[in-house]
Design a protein around this ligand. Sequence first.
Ligand code: ADP
Ligand code: MG
Length: 379
Amino acid sequence: MLKPNNYYKDKKVIVRVDYNVPIKDGVIEDNNRIVSSLKTINYLIESGAKVILMSHLGKIKSEEDKVNNSLYDVSKELSELLGREVKFCKYTRGNELESMVNSLESGEVMLMENTRFEDYPNKLESFCDKELSSYWANLADEYIMDAFGSIHRNHASTYGIASILGGTTGFLVDEELDHLKEVIYNKNKIIILGGAKVSDKIGVIKNLVDDSKKILLGGGMCFTFLKSIGKNVGNSILGEDKINYCKELLDKYKDKIVLPIDIVTENGNKNVDNIDDNEIGLDIGNNTIELYKSLINSEDLVVWNGPMGKFEDVNYEKGTKELLEYLNINNIKTVICGGDTGFASKKYGLSFYYISTGGGASLEYLEGKKFDILEVLNK
Ligand code: ADP
Ligand code: MG
């Protein structure tokens, strides 16, 4: 939690934000993460702080990656959203960076170039290099962690600086954690789980099943469960090494874990008993959509991670789209986690109680993992 605003007056404050946003030909395709960061930044501006923003963007494995992953366009977008100048420093270390930091006036904002420029050639950011962490920490007086999407990664600009400077979480991270805690502590929730790989999602099932009313499965991950009870799943996506474990979960939680009763393949809607050897399951079927709707009541808290099908293709979007629309129209309290599920909500123009900005981070939190950075912050 941020300190009272007079605390930050005239101080140099590093804010780690998550501006890892999709950019195409200089145009930011989804600025949700930038918009979500404004609350903390505006608070600091009003406090008279000198604001130093840091973020990563994409992965940097070559000099060419640097050209394609500059944060320059983000600084322009941020400047427009804030309605004030955002200074951009194209270096991640050196004289120019230091003099820009030291000449900041109270209430001014600067954005440093992509922290992962330090990843080439030696992965200094991603390996949480000590020298880099303390170099960045020495630039400032205070540290604020507001990059929820990066909170699970112990990198130099996250855990590295925090373990030297201490500091606090910002408004966005607090809001994310509050909503995820609400999900975890609610003993009557419905979990909708889909997405591609079963191995990504098993941790969530394991951690939350006891305190859930139902777990409704779909997406690529449901086929490992179907296979484990002897169904033919053709060429659908499968996690071979998880088949036995899925069977154990189904045996133990048979009245909680719900599997699709029909599936859409390239040949149309099929009962799960009739999938042929060479067919691929790409969405949940019509009867499953109706079944899942009937299992959700108006007083439930729904948490959804992972689309029900290959929703990027209009032929296989129905399961995801119709269920999302159902939750939206019926005003069912819903927390959407996961990048693709959030993207689907946006694509269909649907709003919900909460849409998380962090895919991997929210999943790890729901799995019950602890974030190391939270141990060194707020001390
Ligand atoms: P999120 O980002 O919301 O956590 P995931 O990344 O786990 O979701 O999964 C999203 C991906 O899963 C999408 O690209 C989607 O096309 C894919 N997917 C969903 N259902 C299937 C399926 N039946 N077969 C193959 N891929 C699928
Ligand atoms: Mg994803």
